[in-house]
Design a protein around this ligand. Structure first.
Ligand code: ATP
Ligand code: MG
Length: 308
């Protein structure tokens, strides 16, 4: 089994409500993984089970080939829960030192790490500020720092980007990338699909407590069978399209033609056919965005696909 987390057929119910209905997925180390899914899909429940905060009714979670038993197996992990939990009257610095100490760091180590992290998050000048006097986004960054202060190798973050301004999004993205490049396993949930598309190597998408898509972002986009060819044509002649019955016209405005390209059709043959009828001024093959894959998967059009 490869390095990383393996989730096998995890089931969890709250009373009559099935929150997780057999989730299976992999979260590799050294790659950034985004956990996606509509509201109520089961992301937070899954993360709490990964952490051992909740016990699954069925299924197993493995790390680096070793089955995880209880919360003690995860004591060194970093976790940012969706419901934030900071002490409002404590200063930012004291708060971080406190969380570092809870994870077994000495006061000196915790203070050093806390100073580094507040610097990295551009909150160094807020060391002595009471937490409840920080802005919402600053509290969010401080919360993130509490998850990272002990230098964890496994980091699970529930909606860390929610409510952050674009500069803070950029900072947090770089922070997570640095952790991943150092070999950490980082998984975070988000509804910001453009961000996940740009930032993550891998995704896991859940809906109604089941995995509907998982694997590499590039592989899933390429394998989706929803490619489009964009052509800018000098001629309005479209007779050549008749040789490609599976191809559909998405739009045909002025000289700009957009076509769907089913998996069995070679896009270059389409291009050649268009060129045989007149000059092609511009062209491009477009893969579906993560948003489009998400909408297709969430509307139940797709079964679980795992692509690497
Ligand atoms: N403590 C609980 N008691 C009862 N039902 C719960 C509890 N926590 C979650 N659920 C239910 O489990 C399902 C999954 O919820 P969960 O919080 O995991 O979704 P989510 O994907 O994190 O959604 P969101 O994007 O809104 O954060 C929902 O139907 C929710 O109502
Ligand atoms: Mg949630």
């Amino acid at each position: 089994m490869s390095d990383g987390l393996q989730v096998d057929d995890v089931v969890h119910t709250f009373g009559d409500r099935v929150a997780l209905d057999g989730v299976t997925c992999q979260v590799p180390s050294g790659r950034l993984t985004g956990l996606l899914g509509p509201n109520g899909a089961g992301k937070t429940t899954l993360m709490r089970i990964l952490l051992g905060v909740l016990t699954a009714d069925g299924g197993e979670v493995w790390l680096d080939g070793r089955r995880l038993e209880d919360v003690h197996d995860r004591h060194a992990w970093g976790y940012m829960p969706q419901e934030r939990g900071l002490y409002p009257a404590m200063t930012a610095g004291a708060q971080l030192v406190h969380f570092g100490r809870l994870h077994g760091l000495s006061r000196q180590q915790a203070t050093l790490r806390a100073r580094d992290l507040l610097g990295e998050l551009e909150l160094a000048d807020r060391w002595d500020e009471r937490t409840d006097r920080l802005s919402g986004g600053m509290q969010q960054r401080l919360q993130l720092a509490t998850a990272l202060v002990h230098g964890p190798h496994v980091v699970v973050l529930d909606e860390p980007f929610a409510g952050l301004d674009p500069v803070a999004v950029e900072q947090l993205s770089s922070m997570l990338r640095r952790r991943v490049e150092d070999g950490c396993l980082v998984v975070f949930s988000s509804h910001q699909l453009d961000l996940v598309q740009d930032l993550c190597e891998d995704i896991v998408m859940v809906d109604h407590g089941r995995t509907v898509l998982s694997g590499s972002v590039s592989g899933l986009r390429a394998a989706s069978g929803q490619r489009r060819l964009r052509l800018s044509l000098a001629s309005s002649e479209r007779g050549w399209l008749e040789s490609f019955p599976g191809v559909q016209v998405v739009s045909d405005l002025a000289d700009d033609l957009r076509l769907t390209v089913p998996p069995e059709v070679d896009a270059l043959q389409l291009l050649d056919a268009a060129r045989s009828c007149g000059p092609v001024l511009d062209f491009g093959l477009e893969l579906p965005t993560l948003s489009e894959l998400f909408l297709a998967a969430a509307s139940g059009e797709r079964r679980h696909e795992a692509v690497r």
